[in-house]
Design a protein around this ligand. Structure first.
Ligand SMILES: [Zn+2]
Length: 301
C-alpha cells in the first residue's frame, strides 16, 4: 500500500492534440465547444470515445491516431446522443469500415432527429453558432447513428485489455454510457461529468436520478482514478464525488420545493442552488415533471 496521495490528473490544454493520460489511454480536448474525446489503445485495436463536434475535428483525431501508430480503430463509442459527441461518426465509419459503432439503444434511436434538428437550428438568428466559423461544417455534417447498441453493459476485448461500456441509468440523457478501462483506472464519463462548465441540464435530462448514475461511476473506480469529463480537463474521483453531491442537492431541492407547494415557475427563486440558476431552468421543469404522483402539493394560495 502506498502512502502517497493520489496523483493529480494531467491538465489538457484546449486544441493541445492527443495526450496520453495513463498507458494506452489518451484524450484530446477541442477548442470549439471544449469537447474532450478519448482514445483507448490495445493489442488488437483501438477504441474511440466520441467523435467530435465537426467532421474536421474527427479527421484530425483519426490522423493523430495513425500518427501515434495506434490504429486500427475497432470500435467507436458515442457516450450519448448530443451532436457535439456524434458529428464525426461518418469520418470513422469511412476510414475504418469494420469498426463497431456503439451507443446506448436510446441514444442511437434519437441521433437522426437530434442531429437534423440541430443542423436546422444552428444557422438561425440567435443561435450561438450563427456566426461561428464552423457553421458550414455543422450544417453539412452527415447523420450516422450508432448501429451496434446496448441496453445496460458491454465488454470490448482488445486482447491485452478489456474495456467496459456501462449505462448508469438516466442522468444527462436517457442514453448515457461511461467507458471504463479498469487495468489503468481511467473512465471516460461523457457529459455525466463536466469540468469546464456546470453539468448541462438540457431538455432531455433526468435531474432526479443523475446523482445515482454518478454513484455508480464513483463506485467503479479507485481513489487515484482519472475521470475524463465530456467537456474540460481530466479530473480525479474526489471531483466527481463533489459534483455528485451538487447534483444530488439539485434533486432533493426540487423534491422539497414541490412537496411544500412551490410552483415550478417560482422554484429557482425560492431556494439556494449549487449551480447558477441560468443553468437550472430545464432541471426544474424536468425534475417537477418526473416527480412521483403525490410528491407535489398544489399551491395553497
Ligand atoms: Zn451532452
Amino acid at each position: 500500500m502506498s502512502s502517497h496521495p493520489a496523483p493529480s490528473a494531467p491538465t489538457l490544454p484546449p486544441d493541445g492534440g492527443l495526450v496520453e493520460l495513463r498507458p494506452g489511454c489518451w484524450a484530446w480536448r477541442t477548442g470549439f465547444v471544449d469537447l474532450t474525446l478519448g482514445v483507448i489503445a490495445g493489442r488488437d485495436g483501438t477504441v474511440v470515445v466520441d467523435t467530435g463536434p465537426t467532421e474536421a475535428h474527427a479527421s484530425a483525431l483519426a490522423d493523430a491516431i495513425g500518427a501515434h501508430g495506434l490504429g486500427p480503430v475497432v470500435a467507436v463509442v458515442n457516450t450519448h446522443v448530443h451532436w457535439d459527441h456524434v458529428l464525426g461518426n461518418a469520418v470513422f465509419a469511412d476510414r475504418w469500415p469494420d469498426a463497431a459503432l456503439i451507443a446506448h439503444e436510446h441514444a442511437a434511436a434519437a441521433t437522426p432527429a437530434h442531429v437534423e434538428g440541430f443542423r436546422r437550428a444552428a444557422g438561425e438568428p440567435g443561435s450561438p453558432y450563427a456566426d461561428s466559423p464552423h457553421l458550414d461544417a455543422l450544417r453539412s455534417a452527415r447523420v450516422r447513428p450508432a448501429t451496434d447498441t446496448l441496453s445496460s453493459a458491454r465488454v470490448l476485448d482488445l486482447g491485452d485489455r478489456r474495456v467496459e461500456v456501462v449505462h448508469p441509468g438516466p442522468a444527462h440523457t436517457d442514453g448515457d454510457v461511461v467507458v471504463h478501462v479498469p487495468d489503468v483506472g481511467v473512465v471516460y464519463a461523457g457529459d455525466l461529468v463536466e469540468q469546464s462548465a456546470p453539468p448541462s441540464y438540457g431538455e432531455d435530462s433526468f435531474p432526479l436520478t443523475w446523482h445515482t448514475a454518478l454513484d455508480l461511476v464513483v463506485g467503479m473506480v479507485a481513489e487515484d482514478a482519472v475521470v475524463v469529463p465530456g467537456h474540460g480537463t481530466p479530473v480525479d474521483r474526489a471531483f466527481v464525488e463533489e459534483q455528485r453531491a451538487a447534483v444530488g442537492v439539485v434533486a432533493t431541492t426540487i423534491s422539497d420545493l414541490a412537496g411544500r407547494g412551490v410552483s415550478p415557475a417560482d422554484a429557482l427563486g425560492a431556494s439556494t442552488w449549487p449551480f447558477p440558476v441560468e443553468a437550472l431552468e430545464h432541471a426544474v421543469r424536468r425534475g417537477y415533471a418526473h416527480l412521483p404522483r403525490g410528491a407535489r402539493r398544489l399551491p395553497l394560495a
